[in-house]
Ligand binder design. Structure first.
Ligand SMILES: Nc1ncnc2c1ncn2[C@@H]1O[C@H](COP(=O)(O)OP(=O)(O)O)[C@@H](O)[C@H]1O
Ligand SMILES: O=C(O)C1=C[C@@H](OP(=O)(O)O)[C@@H](O)[C@H](O)C1
Ligand SMILES: [Mg+2]
Length: 174
């Protein structure tokens, strides 16, 4: 297993947190599309959306996804990466895709605790629980379509890492 591992799922799914822990466990490099974009452009997601709209952000996200893909790397994507067929095909053809799945209520609770508004500006302008339900309704089928493995993301992060190791048929760390 030397391919890129792509973490997908909604905001608050733990792509960044679990992806980083998974990389540590595997001795892989860790990269996050939103953080890479921030580093290269000096702009937060909110800045980009304000200047270029969500269309501009999505274009930059696709460029970043392609630029940072390399072997022995865990890539934490942004929650909306699956909206594009081009991105879904790219991840599927260039690595293994893990969908971290949690219910809207869990995701909304995590985002209420850690809003990070610069990196996660509102998508709909609606209250967070309503927004998460709407976003999952719209994207659940896309996450499922993109994923090689669907993993329960409600457990504590190290347990989720072990579930992923199990799904990838790699030795677990207990
Ligand atoms: N498995 C988990 N259990 C409990 N809290 C988590 C878990 N995964 C992530 N979190 C918390 O949820 C928040 C969002 O996590 P993050 O990794 O940024 O999600 P994502 O990158 O998918 O948007 C953070 O405060 C993080 O500590
Ligand atoms: O779901 C989305 O459309 C988004 C998720 C965010 O990333 P996280 O999923 O890492 O929070 C970030 O890319 C941007 O705010 C848009
Ligand atoms: Mg993230």
């Amino acid at each position: 297993m030397t391919q890129t591992i792509f973490m997908v799922g909604a905001r608050g799914a733990g792509k960044t947190t679990v992806g980083s822990a998974l990389a540590k466990t595997l001795g892989y490099k860790f990269v996050d599309t939103d953080l890479a974009l921030l580093c290269t452009s000096g702009l937060s997601v909110a800045d980009i959306v304000e200047r270029e709209g969500w269309e501009g952000f999505r274009r930059r996200e696709t460029e970043t996804l392609k630029a940072i893909c390399s072997p022995l790397t865990v890539v934490a994507t942004g929650g909306g990466v699956v909206l594009s067929q081009e991105n879904r095909d790219f991840m599927c053809e260039n690595g293994t895709v893990i969908y971290l799945r949690s219910p809207a209520s869990t995701l909304a609770n995590r985002l209420e605790d850690t809003p990070l508004e610069d990196q996660r500006p509102t998508l709909t302008g609606k209250p967070i629980t309503e927004e998460m339900m709407e976003v999952l309704n719209e994207r659940e089928a896309l996450y499922q379509e993109a994923a090689h493995h669907v993993v329960d993301g409600t457990q504590e992060p190290q347990t989720v890492v072990n579930l992923i190791m199990d799904a990838l048929a790699l030795p677990m760390v207990r």
